[in-house]
Design a protein around this ligand. Structure first.
Ligand SMILES: [Zn+2]
Length: 57
């Protein structure tokens, strides 16, 4: 999964159970390069990108 902000592939899945997210179907990813936090959800069989935390400047 490429980062939707910078396109880097070095994203990591972060454990969000302690933060109240349900990550069963939509794992939350954090970009290792720009710091963007997002997840991908399926809406009517379409992938939709949900930005949780914008990349810090
Ligand atoms: Zn990025």
């Amino acid at each position: 999964m490429k980062c939707p902000n910078c396109g880097n592939r070095e994203s990591v899945e972060i454990d969000t159970h302690s933060e109240g997210f349900s990550s069963e179907e939509c794992p939350v990813k954090e970009c290792g390069v720009c710091g963007l936090v997002w997840r991908v959800k399926m809406v009517n069989d379409n992938m939709e990108i949900d930005i949780i935390k914008p990349a810090p400047q």
